[in-house]
Design a binder for this molecule. Structure first.
Ligand SMILES: [Mg+2]
Length: 249
């Protein structure tokens, strides 16, 4: 059983003032959007003809490569361009398809189409409406690319909710590095004590915020269990749906 304590019983004002959201996999349903986009390409480019007989398996391979490559990108081992083309090339290669032309075409089309997709996690807009109404200032800190992330926000109708959108490109840093959080606080004219980070990835959003002295809400859309950070500690709060955040903020 968990207890929640009001640490500031004498203060009638809100504990937090500035809320920093992650975008991909937290509000914007990256997996569903990527799947829909790849399925469209699978049909458009007739990948079945090339020997990729099972879309679901192809998609799984893509996800696996994408995740590994993103990890390498975050660590600075590879550049943006390599991450983008390689996830296509490697997913094709898993089916014995060596075709640089198709890989390049998929890469371009995918990058054009993906940001126009609009699938959000349930309760995204309701939550953001609720938080704005309560007087919080909302911001984004995202490791995505500047142009891509702004397109996603425009197409999915989220752009107007956020006062500041901090991307890795714009800040010259990446979560979980402390510099991007310092930059975000400065842009938002916020203090770490009155801020909270809300995101899905423990090693990136949660660890990064914690390291920068900012409280965190881990949004775990994947399992129904609280997961510890690599040092054995936990996020300030864990939720399993966006709706649960209403109980915290
Ligand atoms: Mg994320």
């Amino acid at each position: 059983m968990t207890h929640s304590y009001n640490l500031y019983p004498l203060l009638p004002t809100l504990r937090y003032q500035d809320l920093f959201f992650d975008l991909d996999h937290t509000l914007w349903d990256f997996e569903s959007n990527a799947r829909a986009t790849l399925l469209q390409l699978y049909q458009e480019l007739d990948l079945h003809q090339l020997g990729i007989d099972d879309f679901t398996r192809f998609y799984r391979q893509y996800l696996e490569h994408n995740e590994k490559l993103w990890d390498r990108y975050r660590k600075g081992f590879i550049k943006q361009e390599e991450l983008r083309i390689k996830r296509m090339r490697l997913a094709l290669l898993d089916f014995g398809v060596v075709n640089e032309e198709v890989a390049a075409l998929m890469n371009t089309r995918f990058l054009d189409l993906l940001p126009t997709r609009t699938i959000l996690f349930p309760y995204t807009k309701e939550l953001l409406d609720y938080l704005l109404q309560k007087g919080y200032k909302l911001h984004l800190i995202t490791n995505g690319f500047e142009k891509t992330q702004h397109s996603k926000l425009q197409y999915s109708g989220l752009a107007h909710y956020f006062s500041n959108v901090i991307t890795s490109e714009g800040s010259g840093s990446l979560k979980p590095k402390p510099e991007i959080f310092a930059y975000a606080l400065q842009q938002a004219q916020a203090t770490k004590e009155n801020s909270i980070m809300i995101g899905d990835t423990l090693e990136v959003d949660i660890w990064g915020a914690k390291n920068a002295g900012i409280d965190q809400i881990h949004v775990n859309h994947l399992t129904q269990e609280r997961v510890a950070l690599s040092d054995g500690s936990y996020a300030t709060h864990t939720v399993f749906s966006l709706q649960e955040i209403v109980g915290i903020l």
